[in-house]
Design a protein around this ligand. Sequence first.
Ligand code: ZN
Ligand code: ZN
Ligand code: FE
Length: 744
Amino acid sequence: MIRKSIKIKGIVQGVGFRPFVYRLAGELGLAGYVRNTSEGVELEIEGPPRKTVAFLKRLNREKPAASRIDRITVRNVPVRRVQLFIIKESKTARGFTRLSPDIALCPDCRREFYEPRDRRYLYPFINCTNCGPRYSIIENTPYDRLRTAMKKFIMCPECRREFADAGDRRFHAQPDCCSVCGPRFALYTIRGKKIMALDPINKAADLIQRGRIIAVKGIGGFHIACDARNAAAVARLRKFKHRPAKPFAVMTGLKDLHRIATVTAGELEIIAAPVAPVVLLRKKGRSLCSAVAPANPYLGVMLPYAPVHYRLLETVPFLIMTSANVKDEPLIRNDREIRNRLGSIVSHYLTHDRDIENRCDDSVGYVRPDRGFSVIRRARGYAPNPVGLPFSVKPTLAVGPLLKNTFTLAHNDEAYVSPHIGDLDDRMTLEFFREMTARYRRWFRIDPQIIAHDLHPDYLSTRIARSLPGRKVGVQHHCAHVASCMGENRIRGEVIGIAFDGTGYGLDGRIWGGEFFYGGYQGLRRVGHLEYLPLPGGEASIRKPYRIAVGYLCRLFGADAVPGLAPKKEIRAISKMIDAGYNLADTSSVGRLFDCVAGLLGIMPEITYEAEAAINLEYRARAGVSGYYPYEIDGSDELVVRIAGILKGILKDMSKKDTGVISAKFHNTVSCFALDICRRLRKIYDVKRICLSGGVFQNRLLSRLMIRDLTEAGFRVFTHRQLPDNDGCVSYGQTILANAKHGK
Ligand code: ZN
Ligand code: ZN
Ligand code: FE
């Protein structure tokens, strides 16, 4: 006989890990115990050596789908000569408890949900230790029912029996409930009048099918739902959301998925995973009305993840499910807000009496053929999982950037990157930010000593940072981008960092966004960038890409060289601004270069959502076009890419080639000058590793070209793995650099 002590870190709480261990030990006839600790799960097994080896093998192979083992330590301990295997009560946590994200309905629960003889037949809050709400219902830690939104529901005897039975799939499933004791759905008119219906979900589905737009309470917030085949409903929704063109996410069942999109095996694996994110897939067929994702080859699709979604899809097979909020505000989380804020768009709301403690958007991303899932918005299904750090840090709060904000709370080697918060220039979003930072500090018991923030003096996030106690450390936006990519890849030593981005405050006070860095965590030095060009009227010009084009052309070639991109008067006004140096903002941003080219080609006079012009430029690029436009590189200490040749080449092509060819050649050009710079830097610094970060890399064509070209040239290219390319990664990067400087 031997006895082993096993400690496991990872996502092992709230995911059915202890019942699984209990069953496994039972099958193998091993004695011992298992319990949750503040660090994860701790267990001891006692029995013949052969059986303990089998146990460890199967532990890893058969663990619950939603769990993740990050670290496992095994050591021998003295034999106790006990007979039984027991589940011990959790240790009182002095440290913090690992919390689980929300998990999509599991196959076992789905089967029971549709089994007429099951006592939870069609009960829309069915869940078990392998699935259901987690993050969204947590009030406080340690995670147990009395500290969740389930505390007001007193378990019926049958649920209590399951909850206490270590052999049951619902053993210690905190949100466990049934139609006798648990929450219920109800349907109301927007004025708050309850609709009497035996089956309110079915009634709501009927209304949607008849063209109504309805708010539906889900896991981390409400959705606004309508029939994705109903053009009139979609048009009304677009008007309300001030969203003329930005694609809406569609929810559909697995069996209908192929009717609206082509799905690769890799994409299927992601879309059907317990996270259940929105995945951007190639659009197909004519099942949906074109207004769902106009002028876009991709469609954001998710599968149902809460039981209520399955019920709605029975009647309406393709639902638009867009976050219920007013433009730029955080998610709506209760009925009162629905009535107050959505009165002009929604006719009814389908709600329930389980509170949403923590709002959480649907996560969004796409699958890169060679690199797996690339997340664009990291929220439901991921939060509050920590992201590992490349080195141990002091207790830190990084407040993140102003827009697309996430914050990071970190200590030791773990960074709790918050879910997507939003744009802090909105008052309600700011409140959301304050609430969530307070909760994260309480849950994870981290009292920050270091406060990391952006360098922009006027950003609200910077002002918040200044008001907090602790050592304030400013971190340049693009350095944070690069460090974030380095950190996720656990890189040690030096790299070339490429930050191709929209906007970020530079060390020289100008707007950066096309930067090359060399260095490590101790210091990233800018060694190259796109030449500075003027944005006439500052950042306001971003809405009108042709103004950027006019500005760039005026500076480079003078007003006479500008073709008829705009009324003569407007061109004259801009050229005057350029000549006088009045109301300009200089930028090296690659995002703006894309806007400029889109503006030059007249792709869209005015954009309606971020990066719309650049995105359209990408989608127009024709496949299989080689060739690129001439550019120049000069400078010594800092290499500078000169783009006059690029714009000249495009102007020349415009009379004889279509936009598809020009767009493709332009993409090639960007990859080409990036490679050129990297080759020169390799000669100087003898470095092969390259880290890519910044919103521009969400351009799939460009990132594919750059990864290919750089790899073929012998570089090792690193990209983000768990965090987005966009500003959602910045708070994590701030954490790293602030600690490299001041964490020792
Ligand atoms: Zn389940
Ligand atoms: Zn019950
Ligand atoms: Fe950025």
